[in-house]
Design a protein around this ligand. Structure first.
Ligand code: ARG
Length: 467
């Protein structure tokens, strides 16, 4: 026990009152979060200024002490921003690093700042503020990515390319239409981001350790000062909740999955075999041994970042899943997951926005590919239904025979002679050739949301009005 050991280390100056000796070195290492939560310094100081201001307004601390506290906190903010702050691991985390420095700067008044709060509501506040700002940044970045796609879609509203299912040529589509599919995906991501901002827009400060406080605090005042819609309603939930972080990670994981699918398409499209796009030099690398190569490294790394983001989501869900209410130290492990995922997501969105804006689209290659693989077979079947009155199933069968014939002749559907086609079905006339081209196929698909250039332009106008 402390009495019979000679302890050279002093106990923690913030909570060490009942401790006779300081922590073991390993304890200090596992316990400290300053290595990563120093990222929250600006939020921590903002939160403390709002808290101290409210305490003075409510007559809980004097205006004089409040003024000293606010002045000291602003000094600390500029010290940290200019790199003139020494973070200490003995002081565990950002909250205690700031408070200890405040004591050095302003003396005993610093000790009044922590009245009516705990690090439990303090960390919940700092982290929420950080995640909120990150979500706002993500919203803006997604808007930039959507804008890049809208520009490419407009430019290529008429450019035909093969549409795929099972990565097999299915039906011709336009590249503009394909781009607009990504606009829908990233538009959903952005609306998830907006909902998440609404969910987390409640202020935790004042929940204190878990039970609230006996001091006559005004939580509506701090909520307002910190830009939150309102205070949280239940103090136990407030300090034990990390849903806002998990929502951020879920959104990041879904957006990451979308970015990864796009990355995969870019990897495929930029192969010499496809040749649909050429990446700019700015977003590709060369090979140190094979001079002809241009590698889509940025796209590959975006594809891989998704793995990290998924890992962070699973990590935090697992950290939280067994915790009894309210706060447990396990929750300190929330931050690195979110910081890492946020960095990966930002990089991935930025890289993709650049790639989409810069890549050269080879419309000739796309068009040639669009016409191969009997991509207009469905148009032939539809023509037989429309013009010859066949039930679709019969038309499908007749078309299958035409495809088999073209395949055996090594030609395209449009290259079969009328007599060849009439041998398969007598009601076929030369009007059928009008629907066998890829342009006619694409132009005919005017159904709401379809690939016809007129419809794609309508989709673009819809999104332009919302972006
Ligand atoms: N560094 C801690 C964290 O990130 C702050 C809260 C500490 N609270 C406590 N009761 N030990 O979670």
């Amino acid at each position: 026990m402390a009495d019979d050991t000679t302890d050279t280390k002093s106990s923690n100056q913030m909570w060490g009152g009942r401790f006779a000796s300081g922590p073991d070195a390993i304890m200090e290492e596992i316990n400290a979060s300053i290595g990563f939560d120093k990222k929250l310094f600006a939020q921590d100081i903002r939160g403390s200024i709002a808290h101290a201001t409210m305490l003075a307004h409510q007559g809980i601390i004097s205006t004089d002490d409040k003024d000293k506290i606010v002045h000291g906190l602003n000094t600390i903010l500029s010290e940290i921003e200019s790199g003139n702050f020494e973070f200490s691991r003995q002081l565990e985390d950002i909250h205690m690093n700031v408070e200890a420095r405040l004591a050095t700067l302003i003396g005993p008044a610093a000790g009044r700042l922590h009245t009516a709060r705990s690090r439990n509501d303090q960390v919940a506040l700092d982290f929420r503020l950080w995640v909120k700002e990150e979500l706002q940044k993500t919203e803006q970045m997604l808007t930039g990515l959507i804008a890049a796609f809208l520009d490419r879609a407009e430019e290529h509203a008429e450019s035909v390319m093969p549409g795929f299912t099972h990565l097999q040529t299915a039906q011709p589509v336009t590249f503009g239409h394909h781009c607009m599919a990504y606009v829908e995906m990233f538009g959903r991501d952005r609306s998830r981001v907006r909902h998440a901002i609404e969910h987390l827009d409640e202020s935790p400060i004042g929940a204190a350790a878990l039970a609230g406080t006996g001091y006559p605090i005004d939580r509506h005042m701090t909520a307002k000062a910190l830009g939150f819609r309102e205070p949280t309603r239940n103090s136990i939930d407030t300090v034990s909740d990390r849903d806002f972080a998990i929502e951020f990670l879920s959104i990041a994981a879904i957006a990451g999955m979308h970015l990864s699918r796009l990355a995969e398409e870019i990897v495929i499209w930029s192969t010499p075999q496809f040749g649909f796009v050429r990446l700019s030099d700015a977003f590709s690398t060369g090979s140190s041994i094979m001079p002809q190569k241009k590698n889509p490294d940025a796209a590959e790394l975006v594809r891989a970042k998704t793995g990290r983001i998924n890992g962070s989501l699973v990590a935090l869900l697992t950290i939280m899943k067994g915790l009894p209410l309210a706060y447990s130290k396990d929750m300190q492990e929330d931050k690195e997951q979110v910081f890492d995922a946020a960095e990966s997501l930002e990089l991935a969105i930025a890289a993709m926005t650049g790639m989409v804006r810069d890549m050269t689209v080879n419309t000739a290659r796309m068009k040639a590919a669009a016409g191969s693989g009997y991509s207009t077979a469905t148009d032939l079947a539809d023509w037989l239904v429309r013009e010859a009155g066949l039930p679709f199933r019969d038309a499908h069968h007749v078309t299958g025979r035409a495809v088999a014939l073209a395949e055996s002749k090594g030609c395209d559907l449009a290259e079969l002679s009328l007599s060849d086609l009439q041998a398969i079905h007598p009601d076929i006339t030369d009007k059928v050739y009008g629907v066998l081209t890829v342009e006619a196929s694409v132009a005919s698909r005017k159904s709401f949301g379809g690939t016809a250039p007129s419809e794609v332009r309508r989709q673009i106008a819809f999104w332009r009005a919302r972006n």
